[in-house]
Design a protein around this ligand. Sequence first.
Ligand SMILES: [Zn+2]
Length: 254
Amino acid sequence: MTPHTPRFTDSHCHLAEDDLFFRLPEILAEAKRAGVCRFAVPAVRRRDWDRVCQLARLPETALAALGLHPWFVHAPDDLADLDDYLRREPALWVGETGLDFHRAATAAERDTQTQLFAAQLDLAQQHRRPIILHQVRAAEAVFRQIRRTGFTQGGIAHAFSGSLETEQILLKQGFKIGIGMLLLNPNAKKLHRTAAALPPSALLLETDSPFMLHGQINTPANVRRVAEALARLRGCTLAEIAAQTEANFNEIST
Ligand SMILES: [Zn+2]
């Protein structure tokens, strides 16, 4: 990295996953060469939390979160444990949490996800923590739970998927929007149009590593490719994307 390399933050990478955690020095060095120098690290299940707490102490980790992801089955005690962890870790956010109705085939599955999400919104509000939000085909239900629980802490809406209307409501609720690997799909025309139309103050970059590259391990260095694609779509320079997304990340993380 030269002094002129733009600097980036991966606002969503699962460094606690085995594929990254056991190769961390190599992963961080590769990212740094691409200018990706800071990380936000969410959890997906209870067994990640000790690793995430450990990762939170790295100088490169700008933000870390503890939560229960809607794709997984969680134990009844996990929510009480989350409360304890949040009390012990005053800097950590809640996440990732949310609703994914693409992965919920029945009303019962949607109910289970909704209860888990609402409980985490309550905890986040009690502890005054922002959240890392996962939302797929469930925007209305997410907004309903935010209203119902009185959650006001905002956070990061990760995995931007292209509805400008949804993203504008999220912005009003105090969320920034994580733009990731989906942007690299040349056929994602609607997504490209929306990413070009979002206000500059909304934008964050992410990879969702090690996921999102079918059959391959995704790594935070790829944030740079997302930034390059976003710069092309928005007709600005890579340095401008870097400066804007860094300022946005600083605004919510400090
Ligand atoms: Zn994730």
